[in-house]
Design a protein. Structure first.
Length: 201
């Protein structure tokens, strides 16, 4: 069974759930950072390179950076006295951050602007990562609480697990979208980051 979450990008990719068929849970987070190479000797050139080579966001848009994540689940449910309950729920959140990386040296002034720019970019993407962590923590608590007094086959339990995870994913994906909407408003954080890097030509 696979349930999809989402991905988040600066301008968020999939969360899977494998059910095993214990009620303390443990969310583990694995972080991977990758990069794509850009070159340029001016802020405008670097921005143009990111626009050409950045990770895809949809079919036609490219992002400056991107946070993608998958969630793997191991869930143990068991029949109990004619009912069924979850005994253990363990989730692993795999976070991947994709950032631009420089392929050439920069002048001192541009280097300072680039460092400030990347500090802002990382802060943005790490906020997406924090929202994803919250999503998994909440989903895990929701799953641990699943129990039915009459469910010998555990089918109701399995269906409720899927429902709760899907509902939590949807709620937190909406939060990811809302965060990006605020960041990308006219005069917002992203516009300021881009303007500061581009200044000076």
């Amino acid at each position: 069974m696979v349930l999809r979450a989402g991905c988040a990008a600066l301008l968020a990719c999939a969360a899977g759930i494998g059910l095993a068929g214990s009620a303390e849970a443990s969310v583990k987070v694995k972080i991977n950072t990758v990069s794509y190479t850009i070159k340029g000797t001016s802020g405008e050139a670097l921005l143009a390179a990111m626009d050409r080579k950045g990770p895809r966001q949809g079919f036609t848009t490219r992002a400056i950076a991107q946070t993608s994540y998958t969630v793997g689940w191991t869930i143990d449910w068991r029949p109990l006295a004619g009912g069924c309950r979850v005994f253990q729920a363990d989730a692993v959140l795999n976070l991947t951050y994709n950032y631009p990386g420089l392929g050439n040296g920069l002048s001192p002034d541009l280097g300072r602007r680039w460092n400030r720019f990347m500090t802002g970019v990382r802060k943005h993407e790490e906020t997406h990562g924090r929202i994803a962590r919250e999503m998994v923590n909440v989903a895990e608590r929701q799953v641990r609480a699943v129990s039915f007094k009459e469910d010998r086959s555990c089918r109701r339990t399995q269906a409720e697990i899927k429902r709760r995870i899907a509902s939590t994913y949807a709620e937190y994906e909406a939060r990811q979208v809302d965060f990006d909407a605020v960041e990308h408003t006219e005069g917002g954080n992203v516009e300021h980051l881009v303007a500061r890097l581009g200044q000076g030509g």
